[in-house]
Write a protein that binds this ligand. Structure first.
Ligand code: PMP
Length: 386
């Protein structure tokens, strides 16, 4: 029990944002504010230089973790949404055709819906009942007409399905198209080698599997592409130039950076460099344990890939009688278990797997959870659904 008398939090909402964060993240953010509190890239005094160094080191650490060959190609953003908006709006023009998976989050769907109204052609490839995109099906859609870009998530925040993004990179490139990957549920939860993956764009949140704070994200842009920047403004240098500099990463990071957030993300990347493999293994084991337990509860449908298939640490369920909001409320109030219920900002994905009406109750598994927590959550589910 927490001091207030309420049950202590058992946090199963990692797919929304990870919690808690490693101590190293908090320490780095505190140090950034106390000891590197100047404006990065602006000024030659010691606090400004320390701020610049903090960002440089963080860019190096995250690039190393995600195997980005040139750190200047890794842009810090405010989150995955901002990165996807930058890539989508910066690359697509009226008349371009884009092929997109039906599992996409609103961070992809909404910018595309807006661009569709301005003349971008959007063709959606339907996932199967498990929320998986079939690379052969997508290849046939790409072949139907000239395609500027393929957009697909690395893993689904609704079903946990892992999409074949490596194959999609080959398919897109063979057709002369770009591949844009939404890695919000990928980075940190699985090994990501951006250099080997071959995607032209890989956007991710900093605050989910990467264990950084909220308000920071990463965007990889291959050196071959030059998307328009989303915003123009101060870049700390060449102030006499009336136009936004084209130099990376400055071009895409106008305005004062979120130095404490970036410092936290850099520390998280260094933490994951040492502990990430163990965390991924543990998440996999806990997900399998939870999946098995959920399958044994009467009246529950577990979304996503069938047992035995690799999946991201996301488990969503729908009960045949009890609304998911109701279950989420009881889990929180009576057990202190934090989950998410509803449409998860991904109506396309719910439409794809037949849960647009019901929504789903989602367990997001991640850093800090234990087998005992999983067993506790399963017992709570049995009690509520029984
Ligand atoms: N894409 C997916 C698949 C997501 O799960 C999320 C977060 N729910 C986003 C994009 C948006 O990420 P952020 O909150 O970092 O903007």
């Amino acid at each position: 029990m927490a001091e207030s008398g309420a049950p202590a939090t058992v946090y199963f909402d990692h797919a929304a944002t990870s919690w808690p964060k490693p101590d190293a993240v908090l320490d780095a953010m505190r140090a950034a504010i106390l000891d590197a509190g100047g404006n990065p890239g602006r000024g030659a005094h010691r606090l400004a230089v320390a701020a610049s160094r903090t960002i440089l080191e963080a860019r190096g650490s995250v690039s190393k973790l995600l195997c980005v060959p040139e750190p200047r190609d890794l842009v810090f953003t405010a989150g995955c949404t901002e990165g996807l908006n930058l890539a989508i709006k910066g690359l697509l023009r009226p008349g371009d055709r884009v092929v997109v998976s039906s599992m996409e989050h609103n961070a992809v769907a909404r910018p595309l819906n807006m661009l569709a109204a301005a003349g971008v052609i959007v063709d959606v490839v339907r996932a199967d009942q498990y929320g998986r995109i079939d690379a052969d099906v997508l290849e046939r859609v790409v072949a139907q007409s000239r395609t500027r870009a393929v957009i697909c998530q690395h893993a689904s925040n609704v079903t946990g399905s892992i999409q074949p993004v490596g194959d999609l990179a080959d398919i897109a490139h063979a057709a002369g198209a770009l591949l844009i990957v939404d890695g919000a549920q990928g980075a940190g939860h699985m090994r990501v080698d951006i250099g080997a993956l071959g995607a032209d764009v890989y956007a991710s949140s900093g605050h989910k599997g990467l264990l950084g704070p909220q308000g920071v994200g990463v965007l990889y842009l291959s050196p071959e592409i030059e998307p328009e920047e989303l915003k123009q403004g101060g870049s700390g240098g060449n102030s006499e130039d009336p136009m936004q500099p084209r130099l990376r990463p400055d071009r895409y990071e106008a305005g004062t950076s979120n130095t404490p957030g970036i410092a936290g993300l850099g520390a998280a990347a260094r933490y994951l460099a040492h502990n990430g493999t163990g965390i991924i293994r543990l998440e996999r084991d806990l997900t399998a344990r939870m999946y098995e337990g959920l399958l044994g509860i009467d009246g529950l449908r577990v979304l996503g890939p069938p047992p035995g298939e690799e999946r991201a640490p996301v488990l969503s369920v729908v009960h045949e009688r009890i609304e998911c909001d109701r279950i989420a409320f009881e889990l929180d109030r009576n057990y202190g278990i934090a989950v998410r219920a509803g449409l998860h900002c991904a109506p396309w994905a719910h439409e794809s797997v037949g849960t647009l009406e019901s929504g789903a109750l989602r367990f997001g598994i991640g850093y800090g959870l234990t087998a005992e927590d999983v067993d506790f959550a399963l017992a709570a589910m049995r009690a509520i659904c029984g």
